[in-house]
Design a protein around this ligand. Structure first.
Ligand SMILES: [Zn+2]
Length: 311
């Protein structure tokens, strides 16, 4: 079965620790990426220590690492910038690798940087991390952090015209609603869960889930234990619960995967590493879901969104 995950922080891990993918000691290993038909968004995460002067520089380093990694394993990994290229890569038995940026700080206030990032292969931007930036405010700022700035609106519009996925994970609520109003394309929450099952500020309310799904968007279920269960004592069943809930509230075109592997410290029991992701197929079958729905959740919904937005 085709598996497509919307968010991992492996680039961050590799760059910070100086590891190579073939000897990475984190959640994601080279051989796991190669197991079966796969597509994967790699996030270039802008760590707050690089804000105010080095955000662009750090992002460029991470984009270089992405391309160097693809060049190092040409038989295993292939760049994909469109749904067509995802299908091509998997038909060749290679993992389709898509590039994302997590944190609009990377733009350093310029739409020109967004356009250059697109040329460098970036197809998704998570507008904020947890704080306010010159696009919008992250959820740690609360509603008083405000919604999209004028620049943030311009970024969303430019992303729509370039064919990039707008990612609303990490945004505060006013920002979320502004994005839904401004974006002419469906949007993605690449790694977020349902607030009703786990009342963490990073998670989405039913109202948000419905509105995003009504506009054709998708939500990648995050495996971070604290976003699955307030005590952080989570298991793979909590992930299944999230998927079942998103199916119920958002419909069968809404749930996807956004594991956040290599970006989280507490993982669910039974889904500790990237190579465990296929276990979800059996768990969803046991829960009574049919093959067509499971295929959508495991990758079909994200692929459909890429087809609509990336062109
Ligand atoms: Zn994140």
């Amino acid at each position: 079965m085709f598996i497509f995950d919307a968010h991992i922080d492996t680039l961050s891990r590799l760059l910070t620790r100086g590891e190579k993918l073939e000897d990475a000691q984190g959640h994601v290993k080279l051989e796991d990426l190669q197991a079966g038909a796969r597509a994967q968004f790699f996030a270039a995460f802008v760590d707050p220590q690089y804000y105010h002067g080095l955000a662009l520089h750090r992002t460029m380093e991470m984009i270089d690492l992405f391309w160097e990694t693809l060049a190092a394993y040409p038989e295993a990994l292939a760049f994909a910038g469109s749904a067509e290229e995802i299908i091509q890569a998997t038909a060749q038995g290679r993992t389709a690798c898509l590039l994302a940026i997590e944190g609009g700080e990377a733009l350093e206030g310029k739409l020109s940087m967004l356009r250059l990032f697109y040329r460098l292969g970036v197809r998704l931007l998570t507008l904020t991390w947890n704080f306010r930036n010159d696009l919008a405010a992250g959820q740690w700022e609360g509603p008083q952090g405000g919604g999209l700035s004028r620049f943030g609106r311009e970024v969303v519009e430019e992303m729509n015209s370039l064919g990039m996925l707008v990612d609303v994970s990490h945004l505060n609520e006013p920002g979320f609603w502004d994005v839904l109003e401004v974006s002419t394309d469906p949007v993605l929450a690449s790694h977020s869960n349902a607030h009703a099952l786990c009342p963490h500020p990073r998670n989405l309310t039913d109202q948000q889930i419905r509105a995003l799904a009504d506009r054709g968007g998708a939500i990648g279920v995050n495996f971070c234990a604290a976003f699955l269960e307030p005590s952080a004592q989570a298991t793979s069943e909590h992930v299944v619960e999230q998927i079942a809930y998103l199916l119920q509230v958002g419909g069968e075109d809404c749930p996807a995967l956004g594991s956040d592997f290599d970006g989280i410290s507490q993982v669910p029991e039974g889904l500790e590493t990237y190579n465990q992701i296929p276990k979800l197929i059996g768990l969803l079958e046991k829960r009574g879901f049919g093959a067509a729905v499971i295929e959508k959740v495991m990758g079909g919904n994200l692929l459909r969104l890429c087809r609509e937005v990336l062109g």
